[in-house]
Ligand binder design. Structure first.
Ligand SMILES: C[S@@+](CC[C@H](N)C(=O)[O-])C[C@H]1O[C@@H](n2cnc3c(N)ncnc32)[C@H](O)[C@@H]1O
Length: 344
């Protein structure tokens, strides 16, 4: 090439916004957890504060305070008016201890396990097709052996489900049913909300031993001991107690497809005629293409479990193959939906 020949620089077809959107998702998540950890949200719940006041109360310099506040505003957690920062409705609903949908226990676990989502762990999970939580030990087997971890996890899932669990019982008519079996029910947050909404319903929560202790405490806290029973039971090996609704929330996504099929068939076989199955999950669209939130949850399942997020079509097909009819998919709350069917 001649020394003086100019070479055109090819222009990109797109600007680079997408790069910064991807980066901001990651940094925004970390900054949100730090804001939570520093108790920025309860501080602003007392009264709106200026930048200087936030610096004083959090004992941080102006430069990081500005960055923290700007990110919190851009994430939709704070709003600013006349130089005063205050909470948005989302922050009031989910980030204040007094709220009935407070995410505190979920965020505490997320802070404690933030390193699970590191570059190294995501790469290892993708290359090895294995979970990275608890140094590669199986999630639920570890919980069976370590009651403290089981409790922190169960409390976290409970707090994260306080909103969704109020929503799904509103979208179905359960007035003709008697007994809901909450399989792998965790804290019992769904059984509790379903029985509170439908006075005709009783419930049984089945789960592993240390989790049932936590569920018992939540049931007592709501004064529902006469309507909700708790049974230590392994859903793979032990028969289901009699019920006319089988409810699964965030269970199918913990396991591979064939285990989902197993549970579906087991439910179909053990439900009475007219019985209903309800699967509560964050669903992908059928092409598994259009939701970054569900895709992120899918990666989280890779890091924590043997499972994956499913689409409405995949779960509906599973129900149909087992013999269920009248299959319906109903969006319920945020990214949550239920897939439900009846035993003819
Ligand atoms: C992701 S959590 C969901 C908890 C609850 N369904 C909810 O949505 O709040 C999964 C639950 O399945 C339970 N689980 C795992 N293996 C189980 C088994 N073999 N038998 C019964 N429950 C099991 C776990 O202990 C845990 O409570």
């Amino acid at each position: 090439m001649n020394q003086h020949t100019c070479v055109d620089i090819q222009k990109p077809r797109t600007d680079e916004k997408l790069l910064w959107d991807i980066i901001s998702g990651n940094i925004g998540f970390g900054t949100f957890l730090v804001a939570y950890d520093l108790k920025l949200f309860p501080l602003l719940a007392e009264k709106p504060q200026t930048l200087t006041e936030v610096c004083e109360m959090l004992k941080i310099h102006e430069r990081p305070a500005k960055a923290l506040l700007a990110m919190s505003v851009s994430l939709g957690l704070l709003q600013v008016q006349d130089d005063y920062y205050s909470l948005t409705s989302f922050a009031e609903d989910y980030l204040l201890e007094g709220s009935s949908t407070y995410l505190g226990d979920f965020l505490d676990l997320t802070v404690a396990t933030a390193s699970v989502y590191s570059f190294e762990n995501i790469k290892k999970a993708i290359l090895s097709n294995s979970s990275q939580i608890y140094s590669g030990e199986k999630l639920f087997q570890t919980h069976e052996k370590q009651a403290d971890l089981a409790r922190a996890f169960t409390n976290a899932i409970h707090s994260r489900n306080l909103g969704p669990a109020q929503a799904w019982p509103e979208v179905l008519d359960l007035s003709a049913h008697r007994l809901l079996l909450d399989i792998g029910g965790g804290s019992g947050v769904h059984a509790i909300n379903a029985t509170l909404k439908w006075s005709n319903l009783q419930a049984v929560i089945v789960d592993l031993d240390p989790i049932c202790e936590v569920a018992q405490e939540f049931v007592i806290r709501h004064g529902l001991q006469s309507r909700i029973k708790i049974q230590v039971s392994d859903m793979w090996s032990q028969p289901f107690p009699t019920a006319d609704i089988h409810f699964y929330s965030d269970i199918y996504h913990d396991w591979p497809l064939e285990k989902g099929r197993f549970l579906t068939q087991k439910s179909f076989d053990s439900l009475e005629r007219g019985g209903r199955i309800i699967i509560h999950e964050m669903l992908y669209d059928d092409q598994k293409l259009n939701s970054s939130a569900v895709a992120a949850y899918d990666i989280a399942m890779l890091l924590w479990t043997e499972g994956q997020q499913y689409s409405a079509r995949e779960l509906s097909t599973m129900l149909m193959d087992a013999g269920f009819t009248n299959i319906e998919v109903k969006p319920t709350f945020g990214y949550w939906s239920i897939v439900t069917g009846c035993k003819p």
